[in-house]
Design a protein around this ligand. Structure first.
Ligand code: ZN
Length: 242
C-alpha cells in the first residue's frame, strides 16, 4: 500500500492545495495527516474541511489543542500566541467539533504516528538532537514512527541497539533490522530554509520512503495574512522557509 503523509498545515490553504494536487498525481491509497491543521495561517476552517475530505487518518498537534483551549499557550512565543487567539476567533463550531475528535497517536501494523514525540505525545517536546530522540526510541510501539512538529524534515535511525545516526536523505529504504523516527517536515510553514511545502510517500510493500517538495503561491498567503493583521514575522518567514 502507498501512503501519503503530511503534517503542520497551519491554515495555509495554498500550500495544502499544492500538496494535494501533487498527491493526486502520485495516487496514494491512503492519506495521513500528523496534526497542526491550524495556527499561524489565514485559512484554518478551509484547511480543516480539505483534510476532513481527503485524509484517512488524522492526529492532533499542539496548535490544534491550543486553539481548542485544551492546552495553555504559555509555552508559545508571542507570534504563535497572537495567531492562535486569532484562530480561536475564526473557528466554526464544525471545525471545533472536528479538531476535538482527533487522537494524539495512532498505531498501525507497520508504523506509529505522533505529532511531537512517542514517549510523551502530550508534552509537545521537540526532537532536535540524538539525545532528544533517545527517549523516543525507548517508547516506540513500532520500528517506524512518523512525526512532525519541528517543521524540519529529518530521519533518526537506530542502526543497532542504542547506536544512532541522523540522515537528511529524501529517499530511504526502511530496513527490517533498524528503527526509524522520521520527521516529514511541514506543508504550511517549512523551517529548513526551503520555503516549498513538504509531503512524504511511504510504500508499505517496498518499504521505500520519499520526501517531496512543491512550490506554492507564498505571496497570496502573505497578502491574506497582512489583511488579517497577523504578525509580520510570521508573514515574512514563509518566503524564507525559516
Ligand atoms: Zn507545527
Amino acid at each position: 500500500m502507498r501512503i501519503g503523509i503530511i503534517s503542520d498545515i497551519h491554515g495555509n490553504i495554498e500550500a495544502l492545495t499544492a500538496v494535494l494536487d501533487a498527491l493526486k498525481k502520485a495516487q496514494p491509497d491512503q492519506l495521513i495527516c500528523l496534526g497542526d491543521l491550524v495556527g499561524y495561517g489565514p485559512n484554518p476552517n478551509e484547511c480543516i474541511a480539505l483534510i476532513q475530505e481527503h485524509a484517512d487518518v488524522v492526529i492532533a498537534g499542539n496548535h490544534d489543542f491550543a486553539a481548542l483551549q485544551k492546552i495553555s499557550t504559555e509555552s508559545f512565543n508571542s507570534h504563535a500566541r497572537t495567531s492562535i487567539f486569532w484562530t480561536m476567533r475564526q473557528l466554526t463550531p464544525e471545525s471545533i467539533d472536528y479538531l476535538s475528535g482527533l487522537p494524539l497517536t495512532v498505531t498501525r501494523d507497520q508504523f506509529m504516528l505522533v505529532h511531537a514525540t512517542p514517549n510523551a505525545p502530550e508534552d509537545w517536546h521537540y526532537i532536535l538532537s540524538i539525545y532528544d530522540a533517545y527517549d523516543s526510541f525507548l517508547s516506540l510501539a513500532r520500528p517506524l514512527c512518523f512525526c512532525g512538529h519541528s517543521h524540519v524534515p529529518v530521519i533518526v535511525i537506530e542502526t543497532a541497539r542504542e547506536q544512532f545516526k541522523i540522515s537528511m536523505a529524501s529517499r530511504l529504504k526502511i530496513k527490517a533490522e533498524a528503527r526509524y523516527l522520521i520527521n516529514i517536515g511541514s506543508v504550511g510553514q517549512p523551517r529548513d530554509y526551503d520555503p516549498r511545502a513538504a509531503y512524504a510517500l511511504y510504500d508499505t510493500d517496498t518499504a521505500r520512503y520519499e520526501l517531496h517538495r512543491v512550490t506554492y503561491d507564498v505571496a497570496a498567503v502573505q497578502a491574506k495574512m497582512k489583511r488579517a493583521k497577523l504578525p509580520s514575522f510570521l508573514i515574512s518567514r514563509l518566503a524564507l522557509g525559516q
